[in-house]
Design a protein around this ligand. Structure first.
Ligand code: 5GP
Length: 111
């Protein structure tokens, strides 16, 4: 079981900023910007590489939740979304998640 599944199950604590039937958003324990939140599906999908056609509605919901969570967090100036996929993509937790980063101007390109 991944650490994010334990957060969904309330087996370990997290600073939760949004929850609904399909997803959960909580603050990253090691923030890379003044605001750094992870938006995850409750369904334990490993990564983008593991999506199936059955996940289309869920994916739409997740994307539509991004600006809502960003607004909740006060990110009026803009924000960045990142989905790391696989080892070369820098993924370290193998439960699909969207990073939402903001609260300061962010450099581009990333490393
Ligand atoms: P990835 O590297 O897989 O794209 O992102 C995983 C993220 O999960 C990292 O930014 C890391 O700081 C965060 N993370 C890892 N373990 C925990 C945890 O136990 N709680 C929270 N809130 N975030 C975690």
């Amino acid at each position: 079981m991944t650490i994010f599944q334990k957060i969904i199950n309330r087996e370990i604590p997290a600073s939760i900023v949004h929850e609904d039937d399909l997803c959960l958003a909580f603050r990253d324990v090691n923030p890379q910007a003044p605001v750094h939140v992870l938006l995850i599906p409750k369904k334990p999908i490993v990564s983008l590489d593991h999506l199936t056609p059955d996940d289309a509605t869920l994916c739409g919901h997740l994307l539509q939740m991004v600006p809502k969570v960003a607004a909740l967090l006060g990110l009026e100036g803009g924000y960045r979304t990142v989905i790391n996929t696989g080892v070369h993509g820098g993924q370290s937790v193998f439960h699909l998640h969207i990073h939402i980063l903001g609260g300061r101007p962010l450099d581009w390109p990333p490393g």
